[in-house]
Write a protein that binds this ligand. Structure first.
Ligand code: ATP
Length: 260
């Protein structure tokens, strides 16, 4: 089988006596969308932080394209192709929406070959930025200051910035949380489109099981920091370990939760 785009081996982090992510070994391949699910406090966001470099592992390794990137920080991992939509924290609030994306386009161009940088101009960067804004349906607010956007639009802007960096790995942490009902389809369509390209590796932390069902090729379940199930969505959702460990409730209530 081809080398996984991303892999963690025995990835572990302790906070004092608490093991938040516990020897998680998992491989992710191009063209797949893996949903990472589990109850509150299961370790999903901490696992994301370990993969994207926001946190350093206590033990275990992270491999990108077979290369050990465990020693790299978040910026180094971004440069290597791990993209993560942060919850608003990395927007420049006093720059316009289009300028926020333009900076990401430019950063990507600078990281590319010298030849590409030489031929790129401010106008090219703006054109590209506008393309990504259109993808998330924010073209109409291109000149608005990022700080003035409503919450849902800020989250869409984060996604446009991530796309402008053209990563190989896209990490979405509850991408539709806090969005209004009419905004949700824009993000879900976009994730569908990314997936349909077939060359990206997508990781999604998501509580809404209808979203998971509609997008995921595979579900990984974390519980108390450990990987307790991994497989095809229908199989994983139906498995007793998930009904009990993940949903932590009787099967009838579990079925109800899976619709919410
Ligand atoms: N910086 C930290 N210091 C101490 N404990 C932490 C820290 N970060 C996370 N934890 C603990 O690690 C565990 C896993 O937290 P994490 O946020 O990863 O869970 P989660 O599965 O993402 O939950 P949720 O679905 O509620 O977002 C929790 O018990 C949490 O309190």
């Amino acid at each position: 089988m081809a080398t996984p785009v991303l892999e963690t081996r025995d990835l572990t982090i302790r906070f004092g006596g608490h093991v938040a992510v516990d020897t998680v070994s998992c491989a992710f391949h191009a063209g797949t969308l893996t949903a990472i699910v589990g109850p509150n406090g299961a370790g999903k966001t901490t696992y994301f932080n370990l993969v994207s470099g926001q946190l350093s592992a206590t033990s275990g390794i992270v491999l990108l394209g077979g290369a050990d990137i465990t020693g790299l920080g978040a910026a180094g991992r971004t440069k290597r192709g791990i993209g993560r939509a942060f919850q608003i924290t990395n927007l420049f609030p006093n720059l316009s929406v289009v300028e926020n994306v333009r900076l990401a386009v430019q950063a990507k161009a600078r990281g590319a070959s010298g030849l590409f940088s030489r031929w790129s101009s401010h106008a090219d960067w703006i054109d590209k930025a506008e393309f990504y804004l259109a993808e998330v349906n924010l073209g109409g607010v291109r000149d608005t200051l990022a700080a003035a956007l409503p919450h849902g639009d800020k989250r869409k802007l984060e996604v446009a910035i991530m796309m402008a960096l053209e990563p190989d790995v896209f990490m979405f942490d509850e991408p539709t949380a806090g969005m209004s009902v009419d905004e949700v389809p824009v993000i879900l369509d976009l994730i569908h489109k990314l997936k349909a390209r077939g060359d990206k590796t997508i990781l999604l932390v998501e509580h809404k099981m209808d979203v998971v069902r509609s997008l995921a090729d595979r579900i990984v379940v974390l519980h108390n920091g450990r990987l307790v199930a991994d497989g095809e969505p229908a199989e994983v959702i139906a498995s007793p370990v998930v009904q009990e460990a993940y949903l932590g409730q009787a099967p009838k209530r579990a079925a109800e939760a899976s619709h919410g």
